[in-house]
Design a protein around this ligand. Structure first.
Ligand code: SAH
Length: 227
């Protein structure tokens, strides 16, 4: 697993200082939800990256995590988390565990997190890191388009890869009164959508501006990939 992360779980005063600075930057960039900023302030983002990128962990950048995938940009994580409007105890489904960073932020917002990843290697790495950080989440290697019918319905669903259509199974797994946040579209033409399902089961969509995500791919990756 050459590319993958050497686990660094120490979180020293330098990391904490860089993180505080990043939180101030996110607030200046328009993030208003103090719960989101406090949750992100508790997550050592450097622990989710290969040690080669530690110095960049608290810059507002998306960074590679192997297998052509990226850990989302902190502003994107903050924006999606804010749009979700999570309350403690909510059941949240995340599609695209990737590094596990967003999973950790959802946990610190008080959610019961269920997360799906289609790459076995990323699924296994994120499991190790989250366990080392004592973050509890239900992680599954599978196809996010199908969701997790046995654990649903969910109060919130977050998709962290871009999809050109709204997955039917995920809509079904959203509770009435629930919200789903997803990057909708493909390549250079993506918009952040919030789909809300009202108590009668009717859906409403709102757009929250342009965004750029790696694509959501069909089916889980069948290979035990060695990057
Ligand atoms: N939330 C992640 C972002 C990872 S990037 C983080 O904080 O690091 C998006 C992830 O979605 C990638 O790891 C990719 O492998 C995964 N993905 C793409 N299509 C998928 C699908 N159909 N089901 C599950 N995961 C998928």
């Amino acid at each position: 697993m050459g590319y993958f992360r050497k686990m660094i779980v120490e979180d020293d005063f330098r990391h904490k200082g860089m993180r505080k600075r990043l939180m101030r930057e996110l607030a200046l960039l328009g993030i208003q939800d103090q719960n989101v900023l406090q949750a992100m302030d508790q997550v050592p983002r450097h622990a989710f990256l290969n040690s080669a990128f530690s110095e960049l962990a608290y810059e507002n950048k998306a960074l590679p995590i192997g297998l052509d995938q990226t850990i989302s940009h902190p502003l994107t994580v903050a924006k999606q988390s804010e749009l979700l409007q999570i309350k403690p105890g909510m059941k949240v489904l995340e599609v695209g565990t990737g590094s596990g960073y967003q999973t950790a932020v959802l946990f610190h917002l008080g959610a019961k997190v269920f997360s799906i990843e289609r790459h076995m290697a990323l699924h296994e790495e994120s499991k190790k890191i989250l366990h080392a950080l004592k973050i509890k989440a239900h992680l599954t290697y599978g196809d996010g388009y199908k969701g997790l019918p046995t654990f649903g319905p969910f109060d919130r669903i977050l998709i962290t890869c871009a999809t050109a259509f709204i997955p039917e199974d995920l809509q079904q797994q959203l509770k009435p009164g629930g919200r789903m946040v997803l990057p909708y579209g493909k390549d250079e033409d993506q918009n952040m959508l919030v789909i809300s399902k009202d108590l009668q089961g009717e859906y409403r969509a709102e757009s929250h501006g342009k965004c750029a995500f790696v694509p959501m791919l069909q089916n889980r990756n069948p290979k035990k990939t060695n990057p």
